[in-house]
Design a protein around this ligand. Structure first.
Ligand code: B12
Length: 284
């Protein structure tokens, strides 16, 4: 885990070190102390402060975010243009800048990421290998950006409930389940993402080992009827206390669901379901 000194964070924010120390001492930024008594701040805590207060980041490169500076220098591009041009640094900087301005993972997933990937998908209408190339490259660029965002989400306590999810066999789509994992992490769960192309038996092993209280399934490729039946049978056998959320472009090809399972169309829905469940547990 990376820590910042008060000097480093003060320089990144463009404020004096004495102001920063005052904010720490007033409890606006939490910090621990080194053996020598110096205040040190977790990078995720610095991000929280920047996002919640709207503090401008004068020198992002000091927080290992040079791509944010580069994206700013380039002006306000669109995520879809960065994906089309294969500009990984630009895409990372663009997304990170929005996150630092206060956008949530949910908002980024349901908004610009979904839209930009849909724009890339329009290339399929031209139905040649350049479309496939662009889709693979855009997916990889988004994954890199999303992996970086993942390191910014505050760590959840070891006592947090577990959520497990993934995509079914023959579904190659990586991004949706990865984003779902981050959304449930943002909602306070310990997420285990089994990723795309996961056989029902592998889901069953994961559940037996980790006893999740929430299972998400992300379906982008249409599920063949036999696969849908075996997935439904397995979901039916899950403990009655396990919440089940099914989403993705082809979620409705899973035609039969246990009564407590829900079909959801967006990451906002998943976040609401995950958040409600955690509140319920705390109350109970
Ligand atoms: C990248 C991509 C690929 C890549 C995947 C790479 C990878 N490893 O991930 C590759 C090249 C493999 C691919 C292949 C194909 N693809 Co493709 N692909 C895409 C593309 C461009 C982006 C998908 C994506 O990642 N989107 C980003 C995610 C975040 O957005 P999303 O899926 O909309 O998810 C949102 C919601 O659905 C929801 N959600 C998602 N999961 C979950 C889960 C839960 C629990 C909840 C609550 C919500 C939720 O929240 C998300 C954010 O809002 C889409 C275009 C598009 N419109 O999506 C086409 C698209 C899906 N592909 C399409 C096609 C036709 C194909 C192929 C059949 C092409 C071919 N002829 O071979 C193959 C089939 C592959 C297969 N085995 O099934 C079509 C599908 C058309 C249709 N409806 O039938 C699309 C829509 C393109 C188009 N415009 O025509 N593809």
């Amino acid at each position: 885990m990376r820590f910042l000194s008060t000097r480093e964070l003060a320089d990144a924010l463009g404020v004096s070190e004495s102001s920063l120390k005052r904010w720490v001492d007033a409890g606006k930024i939490s910090a621990s102390r080194t053996e020598g008594g110096h205040r040190r701040i977790q990078i995720a805590e610095a991000m929280r402060f920047i996002r919640e207060t709207g503090a401008p980041l004068a020198r992002p490169e000091l927080l290992d975010l040079p791509e944010v500076a580069a994206a700013r220098a380039r002006g306000d591009g669109r995520l879809s243009s960065f994906l089309r041009d294969g500009d990984s640094v630009g895409a990372r900087g663009w997304l990170m800048a929005r996150y630092l301005e206060g956008a949530t993972i949910v908002e980024l997933a349901d908004g610009p990421i979904r839209e930009a990937m849909a724009a890339v998908g329009e290339r399929w209408h031209h139905a040649d290998d350049s479309g496939v190339f662009l889709e693979h490259r855009a997916t990889d660029i988004c994954l890199q950006a999303v992996a970086q965002l993942r390191t910014m989400i505050p760590a959840v306590p070891a006592s947090a409930p577990v959520a497990i999810g993934g995509g079914p066999s023959d579904d190659p789509y990586v991004l949706p389940s990865q984003l779902a994992a981050m959304v449930v992490t943002e909602a306070g769960w310990r997420a285990i993402n089994l990723g795309p192309d996961t056989p029902v038996g592998a889901f069953a092993h994961a559940v037996a080992q980790h006893h999740p209280e929430l299972v998400w399934i992300s379906i982008t490729a249409p599920l063949a009827p036999a696969r849908a039946r075996s997935m439904s049978r397995w979901l039916d056998g899950l403990p009655a206390t396990t919440a089940i959320v099914i989403g993705g472009q082809q979620a409705r090809t899973l035609t039969s669901l246990p009564p407590r399972a829900v079909w959801a169309s967006s990451m906002a829905d998943l976040s609401a379901a995950a958040g409600a469940r955690i509140t319920h547990q705390r109350a109970g």
